[in-house]
Ligand binder design. Structure first.
Ligand SMILES: [Zn+2]
Length: 95
């Protein structure tokens, strides 16, 4: 199967995972009225392919593959990994 830069998809590395907590550490209520979140949910984008985790993601970091194309639009709050960027340059138009 032929691959090209256009097929590159994003792996999101979790820098500060969001976690749901309950105020009294009790099990979550059905209506979620007792939960709050800790962490910022910040992540960093890496260029990769499905089933192949990029080497530049630290081994102990949480990461997951997404369908998003590396060359496509990425939320401005999510930085791209500089290692991946050097390997696979992307120009994103910021409006
Ligand atoms: Zn990377």
């Amino acid at each position: 199967m032929a691959t090209s830069e256009d097929d590159l998809t994003i792996w999101f590395e979790s820098l500060d995972p969001l976690k749901a907590r309950t105020y009294d550490d009790a099990p979550m209520r059905d209506d979620y009225s007792d939960i709050y979140f800790v962490g910022t949910g910040k992540s960093r984008a890496h260029a990769g392919r499905v089933g192949r985790r990029p080497d530049c993601i630290p081994a102990d970091a949480q990461a997951y593959w997404a369908h998003d194309l590396w060359t496509g639009w990425l939320h401005p709050a999510i930085p791209r990994c500089t290692v991946c960027l050097a390997r696979h340059p992307v120009t994103q138009v910021i409006e």
